[in-house]
Write a protein that binds this ligand. Structure first.
Ligand code: PLP
Length: 330
């Protein structure tokens, strides 16, 4: 079982809509579909249609963020550790990263240091953060302060539905702030590749100058519209995952495994030994989990394991395997 991905299938209406639009694959764009989706998304995010645009997953927006940093000649300031993809793409783009260490066992944000380093640079902040799972910013005043100091501020809210905290309306007002959102998590559409960005029209224009505009396939747009019209489905997934996550975290704590509180669909467990060693044993038992050894910037976190929360029965089976894989180490 893959413990890096959600096992929840897409909402049935998403599948139905994708099938309905399969016959439109000869077209780059179906204007009315795109507009309906953008209208639906703007209602969902609580912003105007002019302040929202579609992206091929929030990953595309991250990639464009780095193109923007490179083209503007600015460094990227980011809490550390954060989403591994950013380190890898920044290296490929030739963008310099300025890490601000998260503090203590609970990975808290050093807001003062971040604000100090933000001056004239691009700030990337995943909120909640991956892989630590916690909300780094809950205060709109800090967002405003960072936006005032930075050239650009990118807030990655891929796990918004699990945290309930958003800065979408602040982003539109502040002008140089972009909020990145995804339908990959709560809406179970990771393979459709649909994300969106909420920002001022000027900021969206700056991001769109780095792409052609047909990046989100017509079928994926149809699936996204179906998913957004199945809000109840997403809410049930979030509720079930959050409940299972709390149960699983308690079990890890009972085993003496430090696991910070999470506001996402995964937990970060600090093992008494290297993650890779336990990962190998788990793989032999049929479970795939994530360690950080493969990313040079994250080698210091080699004792940490990221585990996606799947269904309760699957988590029970995983817990048993995890206990055996740790063996004498606990
Ligand atoms: C913080 C964060 N941002 C972005 C993404 C990518 O999401 P998407 O599937 O929308 O590209 C992920 C996926 O794991 C993530 O954890």
């Amino acid at each position: 079982m893959n413990m890096n991905e959600s096992p929840y299938p897409p909402p049935p209406l998403a599948v139905k809509m994708a099938k309905r639009y399969a016959g439109h694959m000869n077209l780059y764009e179906v204007e009315h579909l795109r507009e309906e989706l953008l209208e639906e998304l703007s209602r969902y995010a609580g912003v105007s249609r002019r302040s929202i645009d579609l992206f091929a997953g929030s990953s595309e927006a991250i990639s464009i963020m780095l193109s923007l940093a490179r083209a503007s000649g600015v460094d990227v300031v980011l809490p550390h550790p954060t989403f591994f993809v950013v380190y890898e793409l920044a290296r490929a783009h030739g963008v310099r990263l300025v890490p601000v260490q998260l503090s203590g066992e609970d990975f808290e944000l050093r807001a003062e240091e971040l604000a100090r380093r933000a001056g004239g640079r691009l700030v990337y902040l995943a909120n909640p953060n991956n892989p630590t799972g916690n909300l780094l910013v809950e205060d709109a005043a800090l967002v405003a302060r960072l936006a005032a100091r930075a050239k650009y501020l990118f807030l990655d809210e891929a796990y918004y539905e699990f945290s309930g905290t958003t800065f979408c309306s602040d982003a539109v007002e502040l002008g140089n702030v972009a909020v990145l959102r995804s339908l990959s998590k709560a809406f179970s559409l990771a393979g459709a590749r649909v994300g969106y960005v909420v920002a001022s029209p000027e900021m969206l224009r700056a991001l769109n100058s780095f792409r052609i505009g047909f990046e989100v396939p017509v079928i994926s747009q149809a699936a996204a519209l179906g998913a957004l019209r199945s809000r109840g489905y997403a809410s049930r997934v979030v509720e079930e995952v959050s409940k299972t996550r709390e149960w699983f975290r308690e079990k890890l704590l009972e085993l003496g495994i430090p696991t910070p509180e999470s506001r996402t669909n995964f937990v970060l467990a600090k093992l008494p030994t290297s993650c890779v060693k336990v990962q190998r044993r788990l793989r032999r038992m049929g479970f795939l989990v994530m360690c950080f050894d493969g990313v040079p910037e994250l080698r210091r976190f080699r004792q940490y394991m990221r585990i996606t929360v799947v269904r309760r029965d699957q988590m029970e089976a995983f817990l048993e395997a995890f206990r055996r894989a740790l063996g004498k180490e606990i």
